[in-house]
Design a protein around this ligand. Sequence first.
Ligand SMILES: Cc1cc2nc3c(=O)[nH]c(=O)nc-3n(C[C@H](O)[C@H](O)[C@H](O)COP(=O)(O)O)c2cc1C
Length: 391
Amino acid sequence: MARPSNQESIHPLKLFDIAKNEKRLLYTSAPMVRYSKLAFRQTVHHYGTDLCWTPMILAKEFNRNKFARDSDFTISTAGPQPPTIVQFGANVPQELARASSLVAPFASGVDLNCGCPQSWACSSTLGAALMEKRELVRDMVIETRERLQQDGWDVGLEKDMNNPKGRSVSIKIRVHKDLRKTIDFITTLLAPCPTTSSRPVDFLTIHPRTRQTPSSAPINVEALSILTSTFGDQVPILLSGDVFTLDSLPFTSPIHTFTSSSSSSSSSSSPSQQQAPSDITALVQHDIPKLSGLMSARALLANPALFSGRNSCPWEAVEFFLNKTIKAPMPFKLVLHHISEMCSPGMGPDPRDRSALLNKQERAELMRCGDMIELIDFLEEKKPGGLERTI
Ligand SMILES: Cc1cc2nc3c(=O)[nH]c(=O)nc-3n(C[C@H](O)[C@H](O)[C@H](O)COP(=O)(O)O)c2cc1C
């Protein structure tokens, strides 16, 4: 199906609809503090990611401080933006509504972080602490919808998905140890607004780990299965967690019959830092028919081309990213971190996908580059055939 030409304001529900018509899951890149900045979002979008999240931005600071606004949220003025969801950390309805009003002209939607497990966030009733405050979360999303509507945006869910002024309001959650609490939480969030008689969130991202589960432990596929069968007919649901490659998901889905298109890379292979299972088929016990899409964080950092079907990072993605950082600058140390991630072993369970563009010693050398010129010279030397001349 043809995509609407005005990508800048494409409605996320339209993207879900396009993916569904293409008989596939929606592909999204996760909010990642520090990392999911514009150049990275542009890179993953170029390689098949449909919808990109910004890092979590603290709504209160964003509303009050011009420097916070300038440093936290960058958009492209040249060419279309990747469809972008701006994620906020907030615990006051008015703060989330005001911050959302500021970014609505430049984004496809806004999202509330109800999943950050870090103690600084939870002690301020932000992130995962909100999983214990379902009424507050509901008040926040309802007030945000009302504010966006007052500003002239259209927040009528599916009714507005073809509307260039349509915007989404969504949340990203973790699960509770007692899944009944998560079911209560989502039930509260989906109950129709008294004024509009429709659900207050456009879609939902579920990270099926509890606040206490380390990210090295596998996601709780059973919880995902229960939650999608309970709510998947009422609201589109994205999975965040353990999307390492497209052909190694720990569950099956009738709209995901993917076979990997390539296994690129060169150089030496070293064991992945991550604990992806080596025989994924042994773990596949669930079919998740009501899941609408995938969100990846760590695996996209290591391989921004993941959603184009590659199981490890190709050199051309490193180069594409480098080009974008020159036009959408970010602190040099951050550029180095990104390049180092991309040149490290991939995260797929198949040992063939764990090859790395640079070996450990080369990556240590990479980290000693002092500026962009040194970095370009270094990569020029390491990439077979040298870098393209566009840089
Ligand atoms: C470096 C990093 C930063 C993150 N920052 C955020 C964030 O700002 N907001 C959020 O909701 N989740 C954040 N997360 C969590 C991810 O979005 C995601 O839910 C989690 O990493 C599981 O996905 P994965 O297995 O694909 O990594 C972050 C994760 C990482 C690795």
